[in-house]
Design a protein around this ligand. Structure first.
Ligand SMILES: Nc1ncnc2c1ncn2[C@@H]1O[C@H](COP(=O)(O)OP(=O)(O)OP(=O)(O)O)[C@@H](O)[C@H]1O
Length: 315
């Protein structure tokens, strides 16, 4: 499918003097996953709030499922809300109800009359065993799963996932990823904000990086990675004299005197690595660390925003 589920042009938003979105444009193809990345405070939640009709834009055009959000008419707002599902920071989960009751409440609110729906969702999200326990007793991962299950009631064609796996254990994260992939295979469009670059790498068809009010890059994960300098080997020495010698004999290398490291361009293949080790041996150089580094989205993020990603900091 090539039609746009979401089309944004010249979107602007400021809080008082603080410009948060300074004229951003992007398009999300129907049936694809679009991921918006950005450091804390970049304006991701503001974008989601505008696209989901929770907040008014100052200027620009935003079409969601073909309806003009910025027109802010009751009809447009209703039409957009009927087409979308939102999970994340505005969790609809009611702590005083069980998982089953939360889902039933959502089905009633959306007037979905399918007797098996609640049981099917509980099963799909691995929540059947805890279905009759109060949501207040659920772990963070279970709440997020319940939140997403509630969003799926009524089959929204466009789903906004605002940091859906923050704080989840690796197993629950993978369950969520599996569900996102199933939804996309069924033609649902996903707008995903995340601080986990590997999540965007795994799931997104296209990624946009938001920084200081502007989209500083967008493209497929591979396109973004290709913009980075290539694979290299990183050597760390204990003796500054060894770093000097190595920097002299290894063509094209760049040194970091503080870290005592040397970055040597390489294709990362075993033959080149062996040749590099031979050169070090010939010159009686001993590297304390020897690591092959392939560019990943962390490098992209760092290069574009000048800050390491939250994920890279956590590592
Ligand atoms: N209601 C508000 N009034 C004033 N400033 C706000 C308001 N809401 C957000 N901001 C500011 O606007 C900027 C963008 O916030 P936003 O929540 O959209 O960022 P974000 O990219 O979602 O960040 P995070 O990853 O931390 O959730 C931040 O500097 C924030 O402090």
């Amino acid at each position: 499918m090539t039609s746009s589920a979401i089309a944004v042009s010249c979107l602007r938003k400021a809080y008082g003097d603080k410009v948060v979105l300074d004229g951003i444009d992007f398009d999300v193809a129907a049936g694809s996953v679009f991921s918006m990345l950005g450091p804390n405070g970049a304006g991701k939640t503001t974008t989601v709030n505008i696209l989901t009709t929770l907040m008014a834009a100052d200027a620009g055009t935003v079409l969601v499922a073909g309806h003009d959000v910025t027109a802010a008419t009751a009809t447009a707002t209703r039409a957009v809300r009927a087409a979308i599902g939102v999970t994340g920071q505005f969790a609809a989960v009611d702590d005083l109800l069980s998982g089953r009751e939360n889902l039933q409440m959502m089905a009633d609110l959306k007037r979905v009359r399918s007797p098996r729906l609640v049981a099917q969702l509980l099963e799909r999200f691995d929540l059947t065993e805890s279905a009759d326990k109060l949501a207040a007793t659920y772990s963070g991962g279970m709440r997020r799963k319940l939140d997403l299950a509630m969003t799926l009631v009524g089959d929204p064609r466009i789903i906004f996932l605002d940091e859906p796996t923050t704080g989840l254990d690796p197993r629950s994260r993978r369950t969520m990823w599996g569900i996102v992939r199933e939804l996309v295979a069924d033609g649902t469009t996903i707008f995903l904000t995340t601080q986990y670059l590997d999540e965007a790498d795994q799931l997104a068809d296209r990624i946009a990086v938001l920084d200081q009010g502007r989209l500083v890059a967008h493209g497929t994960p591979d396109e973004l990675k290709r913009r980075m300098p290539g694979t290299h080997v990183r050597l760390r020495f204990t003796d500054p004299a060894d770093l000097d010698t190595a920097a002299r004999i290894l063509a094209g290398s760049t040194r970091d005197d503080q870290e005592l490291t040397l970055r040597v361009p390489s294709d990362g293949e075993s033959r080149s690595l062996r040749a590099l080790l031979d050169v070090l041996d010939e010159h009686l150089l001993n590297a304390r660390e020897f690591a092959v580094h392939t560019p990943d989205l962390d490098d992209v993020f760092l290069a574009l925003t000048g800050r390491p990603s939250a994920e890279a900091i956590a590592k």
